[in-house]
Design a protein around this ligand. Structure first.
Ligand SMILES: [Mn+2]
Length: 356
């Protein structure tokens, strides 16, 4: 158990008026216990209360161990998975992890009609969104690796190369540099780039295409995530104009980041620039997302996010313009909020590039 992190979460629980919570998401459990368990349909749950009492409940197949600071209660596949947990919880409000399956919650409620389930991820999310020094070190390093892979992959652009071939090359280079697994890398040529989540397919590269590389991976459990857009052989006036607008939105939003500023203001800054440039309706998604043990985690970086920036937050700044049937441009960096402003974790250049 990570004592410091448990203490922060206990503090957050007290502030939220929550006396007991259940933590079940893979990333949150890893954050607190060091165990990385992907339970799939089986059950794992960490019970925590404000006196820092912690009990781990899990299927025996997970191979977990009991320890003095974290007693373990195992069940087998043939047991009711929530039976032991039902004996441990106290009556009243019980905070539930947002990712806990309803089948377990409903099972627990059947055994204990004196509990009142409430949203219970807040205390852990609040702790996780402020990265500590170990996490910052890892994420800085991982973004450095992302910069290197971006350089390698942009150099591989040539006539008739396919999106999915380049996506597999991205994975290959990430794995060589220590990535935990392969991912669905986004490589989008020309009109495919107008879909922000286009899946790399067999489309081949042609002169005049915009090329979006949105590449990401976990390395030692922590994610990096960066997007660059370049142009192959030629660039039109419209492509150049859209690119410069997105770059300005990215850079201006980053320049406004400092502790105390509302996150919604950062989104608004980028959105206003793109709107003033005449492309507001084509910036179809939020500005960014928190990142850490999950590629998308709190804080949400959108107009709806009325919480102030705090030192230690790491999130993406990724404005984009998507012109259906034509092309798309997105530029994404990860930033770390610091006392003075922010540190941009990605260093691959953002100047407009025409390659090939
Ligand atoms: Mn992203």
């Amino acid at each position: 158990m990570n004592k410091q992190r448990i203490d922060r979460i206990t503090e957050n629980m007290k502030k939220a008026g929550l006396e007991q919570i259940i933590v079940s998401s893979t990333a949150s459990l890893y954050y607190l216990t060091g165990y990385w368990v992907e339970p799939h349909e089986r059950m794992i749950a960490l019970y925590l209360d404000t006196s820092s009492r912690a009990i781990l409940f899990g299927n025996e197949i997970f191979g977990l161990n009991s320890s003095p600071d974290l007693p373990l209660i195992c069940h087998r596949d043939s047991d009711n998975p929530v039976k032991d947990l039902a004996e441990a919880v106290r009556p009243g409000e019980l905070g539930i992890d947002k990712f806990w399956y309803s089948k377990f919650l409903i099972g627990l409620m059947k055994l204990r009609n004196d509990i009142v389930p409430v949203q219970g991820s807040g205390p852990v999310d609040l702790a996780r969104q402020m990265k500590d020094s170990d996490e910052i070190k890892l994420m800085r390093n991982n973004s450095r690796i992302n910069d290197q892979v971006m350089g390698v992959i942009i150099d591989m652009l040539q006539e008739d190369v396919a999106e999915n071939y380049l996506a597999s090359e991205v994975n290959k280079h990430f794995l060589q540099k220590g990535a935990d697994c392969e991912g669905a890398q986004l490589v989008c040529f020309g009109a495919n780039g107008a879909d922000p989540h286009h899946n790399s397919d067999s489309t081949v590269l042609k002169a005049g295409d915009s090329v979006i590389f949105d590449i990401f991976t976990p390395i030692n459990r922590y994610w990096c995530d960066m997007t660059r857009t370049v142009f192959y052989k030629t660039v039109t006036e419209e492509q150049r104009q859209v690119y410069e607008l997105v770059k300005l939105a990215n850079e201006t939003a980053i320049s406004r980041i400092k502790p105390g500023v509302l996150i919604s203001e950062i989104d608004k800054t980028a959105r206003e620039i793109i709107t003033q440039g005449g492309y507001g309706e084509y910036f179809t998604h939020r500005l960014g997302h928190g990142i850490g043990l999950e590629c998308h985690e709190p804080p949400d970086v959108s107009l709806a996010s009325d919480i102030p920036l705090e030192v230690g937050m790491i999130f993406s700044v990724e404005p984009g313009i998507y012109l259906p049937g034509k092309f798309g441009v997105r530029i994404e960096d990860l930033v770390l909020v610091t006392e003075e402003g922010c540190e941009v974790l990605n260093q691959y250049p953002k100047e407009l590039q025409v390659v090939g």
